[in-house]
Write a new protein. Structure first.
Ligand SMILES: [Zn+2]
Length: 244
């Protein structure tokens, strides 16, 4: 049980979390004195089209993924975007994605720079740093939608299955797959394809963890200012299967 967010499967360290959050914010040059998006100074909302409700943000991601699947992605003017984003950022969605090189959230949703706040780690699980990153984008950048994006044939989840079955993994991999093992064990109790079930379970568990993460995300969810959803990217055609 985490004493910070109350989540039974997490254990956040307050010192570690605070140190990393301050490092993150300091590196981004943000003014922490700003308590919310309503007080953002002019120039910190460089993309007015990114000011969306949670439902509008999800609809935009779905349309973007449809264009990507059909091969009719927009042409992005990186020069103009670069200029607009010098003064700030207001990404409309945050994505927790696997680090797998075949998954590219900006491509998969046909989005541009400044649109997605992406946290990536093999196995797309939320740890303290990922949580702090999303707290930052929700509270200070106005993001209204978070997506936990798993994918089929995930090697990290497969490694977690092997570890649960007794395999010894090299280096720091055991520490990584520890985060995925609860989902693997839950999937083992179900019939069907173990890897596919574990991938799905891992996404769903991280969605719930993000929704329940206090003090920031849980509050925004309860006030309906934030939606957290899960999806599974299909390697064969790029389609995203939305969960829930
Ligand atoms: Zn993966």
């Amino acid at each position: 049980m985490c004493n910070i967010c109350g989540n039974p499967s997490l254990n956040h360290s307050p010192i570690y979390s605070r140190r990393n959050f301050l490092k993150l914010v300091g590196g981004a040059g943000m003014a922490l004195a700003v308590p919310g998006r309503d007080l953002f100074a002019a120039g910190e909302t460089p993309k007015p089209q990114n000011v969306l409700s949670p439902g509008e943000a999800l609809a935009r991601l779905k349309k973007g993924n449809a264009r990507y699947v059909e091969g009719v992605a927009k042409r992005h003017d990186f020069v103009a975007e670069r200029e607009a984003l010098v003064g700030g950022q207001n990404p409309f969605a945050g994505v927790l994605s696997c680090a797998d090189s075949r998954i590219a959230p900006e491509y998969a949703f046909d989005t541009a720079r400044g649109d997605l706040f992406v946290v990536r780690v093999a196995g797309n699980f939320m740890d303290t740093d990922g949580l702090a990153s999303f707290e930052y984008t929700v509270k200070f950048l106005g993001t209204t939608l978070l997506v936990v994006l798993g994918h089929d044939k995930c090697g990290a989840v497969d490694a977690a299955i092997k570890a649960v079955k007794g395999a010894e993994l090299p280096g720091h991999l055991p520490e990584l797959v520890e985060h995925i093992e609860p989902a693997v064990k839950a999937a083992m109790a179900k019939s069907g394809d173990l890897l596919a079930n574990a991938i799905r379970e891992n996404v769903l568990r991280n969605v719930e963890n993000l929704k329940a993460a206090s003090p920031i995300l849980s509050q925004y969810v309860s006030e309906k200012k934030l939606m957290v959803v899960g999806g599974i990217y299909k390697l064969d055609d790029g389609r995203i299967e939305w969960l829930g």
